[in-house]
Design a protein around this ligand. Structure first.
Ligand code: MG
Length: 227
């Protein structure tokens, strides 16, 4: 067996994020008494992205991240609200709307019979674990590593050091990383000396210098790489 250990990213690899995120945002806005418009979500997304970059550069911590992304949104739109409450409402929306991507359950069901698996995810603990539980895939994994809980994130080596500690230090050649992000999953895995599989369902062009070992468009193709 080529890779007895599989490390899976979560967002847009096993669970849909792109679809549920605006739904969660709209749900939160309604609860806050605001009318949802797609343009508002675009404004939120822009601020959220810059706040995550600040977080990744170590300029702000995860506590600040939770409020700042909605504080920026309120400042940009002139709307009123409590940023932390909005953050909590949005995260609850992500849990409510959690859904697996096509082929995810089937793949996990098959590979779990003869592989050991862990989840490696960048995200906030109060939303990642409940989403995993909600879609019913927790039982397939030996370990679930959430960046927010350990204070480091993909692609940083510390995140992978911690993961390897947790999974009992298998030989690196036995581990396959599967994820949709070239800059976090693939770059991080590659720098750590692991084989990587870029899940690229929309056949995006790779404009980065990161070269995944494998690229796939359907999750079922993972089976060909590990058998
Ligand atoms: Mg992802």
């Amino acid at each position: 067996m080529k890779h007895p250990w599989l490390l899976f990213d979560i967002d847009n690899t096993l669970l849909d994020f792109t679809g549920p995120s605006p739904l969660a945002f709209a749900q939160m806005m309604e609860q806050e008494g605001h009318t949802f418009e797609p343009a508002l979500y675009t404004i939120y997304k822009k601020g959220n992205l810059s706040v995550w970059h600040e977080f990744e550069e170590g300029k702000i911590d995860a506590i600040e991240l939770r409020s700042k992304r909605f504080r920026l949104f309120l400042e940009a739109t002139g709307l009123s609200g409590d940023p932390l409450k909005m953050n909590a409402g949005y995260l609850q929306g992500l849990i409510d709307h959690a859904r697996l991507l096509k082929g995810a359950k089937e793949l996990l069901e098959k590979v779990s019979k003869n592989h050991r698996m862990a989840i490696i995810t960048n995200g906030l603990k109060e939303v990642q674990r409940p989403r995993i539980a909600k879609v019913g895939i927790g039982q397939y994994f030996d370990k679930i590593i959430v960046s927010d809980e350990i204070g480091s994130a993909k692609p940083h080596a510390d995140f992978f050091h911690y993961t390897f500690q947790q999974i009992g230090h298998p030989p690196k050649s036995e581990v396959l990383v599967i994820g949709d992000s070239l800059n976090s999953d693939i770059k991080g895995g590659q720098n750590y000396g692991l084989t990587t599989c870029w899940y690229n369902p929309n056949n995006l062009k790779n404009n980065t210098e990161v070269q995944p070992t494998h690229s796939i468009q359907a999750l079922s193709e993972v089976l060909d790489l590990i058998s």
